[in-house]
Design a protein around this ligand. Structure first.
Ligand code: HEM
Length: 409
């Protein structure tokens, strides 16, 4: 596959803003996607572990983690769409070819995701009293975890296949006979996939420490449960980061020749530091975990570690494609479209910021509220809610208004 052929596969219309914007947003949103995926998988595993336990703390944790997992699936999906859009824009020759070569799996991905999510709800419906009774029909939860892992494996394979253009023709026409069925996944790399999945343990461990701090803020009376969470969260961070680190070493040791440069690059150092931070964090933060906002630091640092890892992963893709295939994602033709670029950032900052700020504040405060009276939001928070609705209406009018104006003009 020559660079000219790869460039010919690009969208000739160009991109509506500098490709660096898409690259950076792709990395950031991918990191957030991974955090959500890892909380989802970690919380699901804890749900299963707690569901089969007779210990009261484990059962209470199972009920809390089931709620977390249900929400984390939807957050992971929403935050999966964002990097999907960015990767499609600047890596379209690679992403679409890989998708078309495995088209059945791309569509199966959605079916499997639906199965995974419904199975999780089936377990939830079967267990309204999980904290008291332990788990019934745990098979549903096992099915859910397997299906969600299957979804992740498909995305991993699609991402990985995209990095090997020299093999595309062999997959498309094995032995010279065209196979347009799209029925096969052609390539994957288990240590790479395992690395991202194993990170679920330290990230979910950091989540547990934040959950514990949140309960402390809400005057949690059960000190035994708080001690249980502390111990479990710290252990998950230490052991999980060590396992992920080992898989990371295996990944580096088995890099294919096109990517071998990465193992000796500074980017690899960035990744190693990120995993080390997850490993050492529980020890470094030991005395500060009960202390105001600092109690949430572990989860904040875990998110930063994922941003660092996502940057290193992007460097691996970007420089492999430039070095081995002569394709530069950043030399995309720019067809500057100020309106859509400005609208995107305003939507993100003004509408997204206000709406999420309002919802998260209400949920947070309601969860921390104790007392005989139900929680009522303070006037400032209610004002934020009113602003959210106003902005949403203004945004909808602007969005459709400009569309109509362009159409009728
Ligand atoms: C719910 C189960 C999911 C799991 C366990 C999962 C897991 C993963 C993993 C492990 C990767 C890294 C792959 C690699 O670099 O080798 C990844 C990347 C990605 N995932 Fe997910 N994912 C899930 C759902 C989704 C969904 C629903 C979407 C989209 C709507 C999505 C979009 C993406 C994208 C766009 C990437 C990055 C692709 C790239 O950079 O080329 N994921 N996911």
């Amino acid at each position: 596959m020559t660079p000219e052929m790869l460039y010919a596969l690009r969208d000739q219309a160009g991109v509506p803003a500098h490709p660096l914007i898409f690259l950076v947003l792709g990395v950031l949103t991918f990191a957030l996607h991974m955090v959500a995926v890892q909380v989802m998988l970690g919380a699901s595993a804890l749900t299963l572990r707690g569901a089969i336990s007779t210990d009261a703390s484990w059962r209470r944790l199972a009920a809390a983690m089931l709620t977390t997992a249900k929400i984390a699936v939807s957050v992971a999906i929403v935050l999966g769409v964002a990097p999907l859009l960015f990767v499609q824009v600047i890596y379209d020759p690679f992403w679409y070819t890989s998708n078309v070569l495995s088209a059945w799996w791309v569509m199966g991905f959605i079916g499997l995701l639906i199965v995974g999510y419904i199975a999780m709800y089936a377990f939830y419906w079967k267990n309204p009293d999980l904290a008291q009774m332990g788990g019934r029909s745990t098979g549903w939860m096992v099915l859910s975890v397997l299906a969600l892992l299957g979804v992740g494996f498909i995305v991993h394979s699609l991402t990985y296949q995209a990095l090997f253009p020299q093999q595309w023709m062999t997959w498309y026409a094995p032995g010279g006979t065209v196979d347009p069925s799209g029925r096969s996944l052609h390539l994957w790399h288990l240590p790479r996939f395992g690395f991202f999945i194993a990170l679920s343990a330290p990230v979910a461990g950091a989540w547990l420490l934040a959950y514990r701090r949140y309960l402390q803020g809400a005057q949690e009376p059960d000190t035994g449960y708080l001690a249980f969470l502390l111990q479990l969260g710290q252990r998950m961070m230490r052991v999980g980061a060590a396992v992920a680190g080992a898989l990371g070493v295996l990944w580096m040791a088995t890099l294919p020749p096109e990517m071998a440069w990465f193992a000796a690059s500074p980017w690899m150092g960035v990744g190693a530091l990120a995993v080390l931070a997850l490993l050492l964090l529980p020890t470094l933060l030991r005395t500060q975990l009960d202390d105001g906002w600092r109690g949430y630091t572990a989860f904040g640092v875990a998110t930063l570690a994922l941003i660092a890892l996502a940057s290193a992963r992007e460097a691996l893709r970007y420089f492999t494609l430039t070095g081995a295939y002569g394709y530069g994602a950043l030399d995309y033709r720019v067809q500057m479209d100020w309106y859509s670029t400005v609208l995107f950032f305003i939507t993100f900052a003004a509408l997204g910021g206000t709406a999420l700020g309002y919802l998260l504040t209400v949920v947070w405060q309601a969860g921390q509220h104790r007392g005989p009276q139900p929680y009522t939001p303070p006037a400032a928070v209610t004002r934020l809610g009113t602003w959210t609705i106003g902005l949403l209406v203004a945004w909808t009018l602007a969005y459709f208004g400009v569309g109509l104006w362009v159409w009728l003009r």
